[in-house]
Design a protein around this ligand. Structure first.
Ligand SMILES: Cc1cc2nc3c(=O)[nH]c(=O)nc-3n(C[C@H](O)[C@H](O)[C@H](O)COP(=O)(O)O)c2cc1C
Length: 130
């Protein structure tokens, strides 16, 4: 089972959750600003980001738009925010339209409870690594 964790994080909240998910899954979390695209096939791609003024960051959108459906078995989404799950919903719509399978289940952490959710995020990552 090959697993990747990719994220976009402006202030570090989503990065912390990405790192906890990755730890649970036994892989490294990589920012999409560091590694532009995956080039090898993956069974599970965890992908996450946060909303800004109720829309997802355009860099994250561009990353999702450029994802090669042939390289991705399924995507598992995660987000952090003040209230909105919009990033997850928008990514699901975009990826599904590209023919990429997206898990119904996703991980949400409130921006003020990041540390308190890290154990849950590790469990979430572990669940998909089985
Ligand atoms: C300028 C700005 C706009 C934001 N807009 C929203 C928003 O529309 N909805 C929401 O739920 N959270 C909003 N937030 C909260 C961020 O999504 C939240 O802090 C998130 O955890 C940031 O993640 P990051 O540090 O990984 O980028 C906003 C934060 C900032 C600074």
């Amino acid at each position: 089972m090959s697993i990747c964790v990719r994220y976009l994080s402006r202030s570090g909240n989503t990065r912390k959750i990405a790192q906890a998910i990755a730890e649970g899954a036994g892989v490294e979390a990589v920012s999409i600003t560091e590694e532009k695209q995956i080039t090898e096939p993956v069974d599970v791609l965890f992908l996450g980001g946060a909303p800004y003024a109720n829309i997802m960051d355009k860099e994250l959108r561009a990353y999702a738009e450029a994802l090669d459906p042939k390289l991705v078995g399924r995507v598992v989404l995660f987000t952090t925010s003040n209230w909105s799950r919009r990033t997850v919903h928008a990514l699901r719509k975009l990826l599904t339209a590209k023919g990429i399978r997206v898990e119904e289940d996703f991980f949400f952490a409130h921006m003020l409870k990041i540390s308190a959710r890290e154990d849950d995020a590790r469990d979430f990552g572990r669940k998909y690594a089985k």
